[in-house]
Ligand binder design. Structure first.
Ligand code: PMV
Length: 304
């Protein structure tokens, strides 16, 4: 096999707090994927990305960039003197810098393609470990939630200190919309702003952790109104730690005015994607239409 892929993820509860050891809940978005394919070219190793327009030999990739560091790591793991005469083709449906884990998905797709094409037989544990190292370049001080959710492609309750367990919930019971605000924001900047103000924010961060734990039974029993209420509470706490923004708050108001049980930002915040939990399919379609009319892209994923 010369081809592999990895999907996007969305964080339902607990972003940012998870960096400080609190639990968070993430779910994979299996229909939004990044694909990596390796094809012989008879020349030096190249990277071609359809989305960014990149078409460069390995030696010209920017030193210190995520992709360069990842390829160097894989070259060492494979014990290659030089990367082989192949082209790595990347195609992605996941928007960049928008809270859906595009960086981790890119790493995992590439690692899996290398593992299968060059027969490296990397285990999921090793794949997760390599992707986490590269996340440090994208995030600064990542919790590991993105790479772990995407490596195992399972809804997870994730904690840096306690490890992760599979979320005991049937997400197809929920009418969850993932909507792109169109505003791009870099995870590393938002995460480092929170870190600078940690002392001021630590009570809120702990409250986010407690709220996340209380959401588990609500998710398990399929209680949309309680899950929605907790999403709204989570959003209120995210506003307190200054990771929302005026534009996002305004976009969330459109869903609130439509009477949805809950909505919140997802991922790093200050833009990116946001989540809307609708009470049923009819309401989900109505909300989808509202955002489409505002010109926003709606990833209508976990809706039965
Ligand atoms: O914006 P994303 O998709 O990279 O998600 C970041 C999640 C944070 O909790 C803000 C950071 C982390 O590493 O957990």
């Amino acid at each position: 096999m010369n081809k592999a892929s990895a999907c996007a993820k969305t964080i339902l509860f607990g972003e940012h707090a998870v960096v400080y050891g609190e639990s968070a809940i993430a779910i994979p978005l299996s229909n939004l994927r990044t694909t990596a394919e390796i094809i012989p070219n008879g020349e030096e190793f190249r990277v071609v990305s359809e989305n960014t327009g990149m078409d460069l030999p390995y030696r010209e990739l920017e030193p210190g960039s995520g992709i360069r560091e990842l390829l160097t790591k894989l070259k060492d793991i494979a014990a290659f003197n030089e990367l082989p005469s192949d082209t790595l083709h990347i195609r992605s449906k996941i928007p960049i810098a928008s809270g859906l884990g595009s960086g981790a998905a890119l790493s995992i797709a590439i690692i899996r393609a290398f593992s299968s094409y060059y027969n490296l037989q990397l285990t999921n544990e090793k794949i997760n470990e390599i992707a986490f190292e590269i996340e440090k370049i994208y995030h600064g001080s990542p919790s590991g939630i993105d790479n772990t959710t995407l490596t195992y492609e399972q809804p997870l309750i994730f904690s840096k200190t306690k490890g992760s367990t599979i979320l005991p919930a049937d997400m197809s019971k929920f009418h969850l919309l993932v909507i792109d605000s169109g505003i791009r924001s870099k995870t590393i900047d938002v995460v480092s702003d929170v870190r600078k103000n940690y002392d001021k924010y630590k009570t809120y961060i702990h409250e986010i952790g407690e709220l996340t734990v209380s959401a588990i039974p609500a998710l398990e029993s399929g209680d949309s109104s309680l899950v929605g209420f907790l999403m709204n509470e989570n959003q209120r706490l995210l506003q307190k730690i200054n990771v929302s923004c005026v534009e996002l708050d305004e976009l969330l108001r459109a869903a609130q005015n439509a009477g949805v049980p809950g909505c919140k930002l997802t991922g790093a915040g200050r833009g990116g994607n946001f989540l809307v939990l609708a009470e049923d399919k009819t309401q989900a379609l109505r909300v989808k239409k509202i955002y489409n009319e505002l010109g926003l892209r709606v990833y209508y994923d976990h809706s039965a």
